[in-house]
Design a protein around this ligand. Structure first.
Ligand code: TYD
Length: 219
């Protein structure tokens, strides 16, 4: 069960969605927002990189396909800068006023993509993310797990124009996935793997059952 007394930053609950590109987490975030609305819970929906005026500018630099010269360390620092601003300007104030925050990606993305995918080291990236967020971590994270092959086929079928990160190879996505598996081992209390190969409705059912188990007021 989530102990919101302990986290010392208001009584809003912080939930994040994670997974490789094309895993379907945005659809699940939408299911969750419909559900919370039905329960009259005050929440905001946000995303990373981005979520504030300045952070959206950093997002543009990060995802622009023309910026091929960005190195791994620069990439990490830009994601962290975007997150620091997002945390201070949006997430902490919301949680402090009792509003729940749902974010499409947060620190775990940096651990998986930059720590594992770019090979910067999962442990050191995790420590750096804690600096960027001033120690803030989500209360609950849903990791929608699918294979890079399924992800690629889904995005292609949707006719998606790939951004700089999405243009990475299957091998890169496999490494990112391994990064998420490292988090499963290291953050057992808040990080839950959901089988994303199922239909969106079934994935939502799995998410909902964990949600209800962890947050009794949702029952
Ligand atoms: P976005 O278009 O939001 O992708 P999606 O809708 O699939 O989540 O782009 C975010 C991209 O940035 C995505 O490829 C993952 C990557 N990313 C990182 O590499 N590190 C990070 O810390 C974050 C937040 C995102």
């Amino acid at each position: 069960m989530i102990d919101i007394e302990k986290n010392n930053r208001g009584n809003g609950i912080f939930i994040t969605f994670e997974g490789i590109d094309g895993c379907g987490k945005t659809t699940q975030a939408r299911y969750l927002s419909d559900y919370l609305r039905g329960k009259n819970i005050k929440f905001i929906m946000t995303r990373e990189p981005g979520g504030t005026r300045v952070a959206e500018k950093i997002r543009e630099i990060l995802l622009n396909r023309d910026n091929i010269e960005i190195t791994g360390r620069t990439e990490l620092l830009l994601y962290l800068a975007s997150r620091a601003q997002h945390t201070d300007e949006v997430i902490i104030p919301a949680l402090k006023s009792g509003v729940w925050v749902i974010s499409d990606r947060y620190s775990d993305s940096s651990v998986a993509y930059q720590g594992a995918g770019r090979g910067l080291g999962v442990e050191s990236v995790r420590n750096m993310t804690l600096f960027a967020t001033d120690g803030l971590e989500p209360d609950l994270t849903f990791f929608i797990d699918i294979s890079p092959e399924t992800a690629y086929l889904r995005m292609k079928k949707q006719g998606k124009v790939f951004d700089r990160l999405e243009s990475e190879t299957e091998n890169f996505m496999n490494e990112v996935r391994k990064g998420y598996y490292w988090i499963i081992e290291n953050c057992r209390n808040r990080f839950f793997r959901i089988d994303g190969e199922k239909s969106p409705e079934k994935v939502w059912k799995d998410i909902k059952s964990i949600l209800i188990e962890k947050i009794p007021e949702l029952k």
